[in-house]
Design a protein around this ligand. Sequence first.
Ligand code: SF4
Ligand code: SF4
Length: 422
Amino acid sequence: MEDLKELRKVEKFADQCMKCGFCSFFCPVYQEEKTETSLARGKNYLVKQILKGEQEFTDEMGEIIGKCLLCKRCVANCPSKTQIDRVVVAARAEMVRKKGLPLAKRFTFRKVMADRKAFGRYVRLAQKFQWLLPKSEGKIRHLPDFLKALGAGRNIPEIAKVFLRDQVKEVNKPQNGQEPKMRVGFFTGCAIDFIYPQIGIKIIDFLTRHGVEVIVPTKQNCCGAAIYFSGDFETGRYLAGENIRAFKDVDYVVTGCASCSSTLKDYEVYLPDNEEQKRSYEAFSKKIKDLTEFLTDVLQVKPEDLKLRKEFEGKTATWHDPCHLVRYQNIRNQPRQILTGLKGLKYVEMSNADACCGMGGSFSIYHYDLTKKIADKKMAGIKETDADIVVTACPGCMINLIDNTVRCEMPQKVYHIMELVE
Ligand code: SF4
Ligand code: SF4
C-alpha cells in the first residue's frame, strides 16, 4: 500500500462526509464556479479515491485542492462536522511529499520566508523595485503567474520605509515605572513588520501603558501560514520549533494579525508528526492570544480604558470578521465589544460580516479573478451599511479590502482595530 502518511491522519474526516451537498450554499468558490470539484464534497471524494489507490496525484488534482480559500465556511455549516480544511491541507502536504515543491515556492518558502534576516533583505530589495510593478491589467503577459497577479491592476500596499523590527526594542517595560502585570511576547507577523509597522507600535504602546511588559524576540520567525497551508509541512515544523523556542519565556504570545494567531495556535492541529511535537504544539497553543481576545479576556480592558482617536469621532464603523478569527478561533464578540465601547464611534453591523473577503493568502495570487468576484459580495455588504470606515484585525484582509474598495471606487477607508484607539 502506498505511503500516504499525511492523508491517513485525516482519513476519518473525509469519511464523515455524507454527500448531502449542504456546503454548496456556503462555499464562496462553489458559488462562483458551480463545479463539484470546487465543493468540499468533491474534494473529499477525490481524497478518498487517492486513499483507495484509484486516483493519482496529477497536476489537475493539484489545481483542485489548490482552489480552496480554507475559509472554513463549509466546516462551520456541515451537519457532519467534516473538517475539510484538514483534508485539503493534508492533501496538499501529500502532494508536496510525492512531487516536491515547485522551484519558485521552494526558494521562497525555505530560503526567504523561513530565514527572518533574509526575508527582511528581500523585502527591502523589493521595495526598491516596487514602482516597476504595472498598475493596469493586460500589460504583463510575459511575467510568471504569481507576479502577474501582483500587478494585475491590484492596489498593492507600499512597503514601509522602516520595518517594525528596526523601530522597537526587544524588551519594552511598562510605562510610568509600573510593576509588570505579565510578560507578553509580541509576534510581529510579516505584514505588520514590513507594511504596517504603525499597528505594531500602537499595540506595544497600548500594552506597556496598561502594565504589560512586552518582549519582541529577535529570534521569532514567520508563523508559516503560507508555507504549511501550501503543504510544506517540513518547513512548517521547522518554523514551529523556531517560534516555540523564541517565545519560551513569556506568559502569552500576542499578535495583531488574526492569520498569525490562528496559525500559531493551530500548529497542534495540522503539523504534529509524533507525540513529542504534539505535546509541544499543544502547550504553545495555550499561550497564543489574538490581540482582540487578549484585550477583552485577559487584560479585561473596560470601555473607559479605550479612547477613540480624534479623527474617528462621529464616524460610523463596520466590522469585517477575518475567517482566521471568527471560524478558526471562534472570536466573534471580542472585537465588537471593543468597537461598541469606543465612545464617539457609531457601530453598524454589515449583513455578511463573517463572509470571506476572498483573500485566502496565496489563493488571491493564483486566482485573482475569483478573489475579485468573491470580494464584490463583501463590497456590497459594506455599501449597504453606509459606514465611513471598515475595521478588521487581519492585515491580509486589510490588503484585500483596500484593493477592492479602491477598485470599486468606494469611499470607505479600511483600518486595523488598533488604529482607532488612542
Ligand atoms: S462536506 Fe458536509 S455539508 Fe458538504 S456534502 Fe459533506 S457532509 Fe454535506
Ligand atoms: S474552506 Fe471555504 S473555499 Fe474551501 S471548500 Fe470550504 S467553503 Fe469552499
